[in-house]
Design a protein around this ligand. Structure first.
Ligand code: SF4
Ligand code: SF4
Length: 306
């Protein structure tokens, strides 16, 4: 539910365009893996033009830059009146300086799926040997003056949650001008279903998440955490992405995200209107024992910088 009292500052109208059909990584947790089907450029552009959408995010169904027609897509979108483009990418293709330079000219924000700053762990999570390329892609963005266009997208999983504070310090040291770091709790969907142990419990991950958020705050880097219920973020609720959406008057959950699972605690909780709740896929693994009804007024929660 949106916050009816808030002034609208959020871009709700951003359309998600899943133009990818393949990927150059094979992440263990990929919850929306490529299906190999290509979208029609012209039809998509015509639909966007008709709807008058001015901002799109290229995400879902694979890695956009793994498609040979990536730049023709950008041209078609701009021809359809799109003025802002956010690219969700693993940054591997950005290791090529000429490709990265061209992307920087065309793209407003780069949301970079980067699951570990440690090469060995990155390799295990993405089942690839492309850590040096992804890192080079990030370094190229920085060298080209686009560091502030980087939004780190760091999926929290059983493989990396203990290293979240270390990752936070690494990000702050190497990319202090990044737009922000988004920690997103893994969803038990897509390929994650083949590896259910990839989903930690909230209780296991929460202390490390809080340390990581605090470290980034101390270093002056903006950070949010997504897909974590407010009751498991006690004293750090202001970092919740969904709370921030609610506060700014947007719907709490982004389009395409499953509604919260029906839980006894949530029915009695005053935070429910500003909270993402638990996804039903999480409850299948860990149940709802960790969720605790609150009497806090969400309007009394102090938002962190975002
Ligand atoms: S999570 Fe992203 S980078 Fe990883 S396999 Fe899926 S689409 Fe590719
Ligand atoms: S009890 Fe439910 S609504 Fe309340 S904070 Fe926890 S998950 Fe959110």
């Amino acid at each position: 539910m949106a916050n009816p009292g808030a002034k609208k500052k959020w871009i709700s109208e951003q359309a998600c365009v899943s133009m990818a059909h393949t990927c150059n990584l094979y992440c263990i947790y990929c919850h929306n893996p490529p299906a190999g089907q290509k979208k029609d450029i012209r039809r998509t552009a015509a639909e966007l033009k008709a709807s008058g959408v001015a901002a799109v995010s290229l995400e879902g169904g694979g890695e956009p830059t793994a498609s040979p027609d990536f730049f023709p897509w950008i041209k078609a979108l701009k021809g359809a009146g799109v003025v802002k483009i956010m690219l969700s990418t693993n940054a591997v293709a950005l290791a090529r300086a000429d490709y990265c330079r061209r992307a920087v000219r065309e793209i407003d924000y780069f949301t970079v799926n980067f699951p570990s700053h440690r090469a060995e762990l990155y390799g295990r999570i993405t089942r690839s040997v492309k850590f040096p390329l992804a890192l080079k892609g990030l370094e190229n963005l920085k060298a080209l003056g686009a560091e502030d266009k980087i939004r780190f997208f760091h999926i929290i999983s059983a493989a990396n949650y203990r290293l979240l504070p270390e990752f936070a310090l690494w990000a702050a040291r190497n990319f202090p001008r990044a737009a922000f770091v988004n920690f997103t709790f893994v969803r038990n969907k897509g390929r994650a279903l083949e590896a259910p142990r990839i989903v930690p419990s909230y209780a296991q991950a929460a202390p490390f998440i809080k340390l990581a958020l605090a470290a980034l705050k101390l270093k002056g880097v903006k950070a949010v955490v997504q897909n974590m219920p407010l009751c498991v973020l006690r004293n750090c609720e202001g970092f919740s992405f969904e709370f921030q959406r609610w506060r700014r008057g947007d719907r709490v959950l982004e389009g395409g995200v499953e509604p919260a699972a029906a839980c006894r605690a949530c029915v009695r909780c005053t935070l429910a209107r500003a909270c993402c709740g638990a996804r039903p896929d999480y409850l299948k693994v860990h149940g709802d024992r960790e969720l605790k009804a609150s009497k806090k007024d969400p309007a009394a929660i102090k938002p962190e910088a975002f």
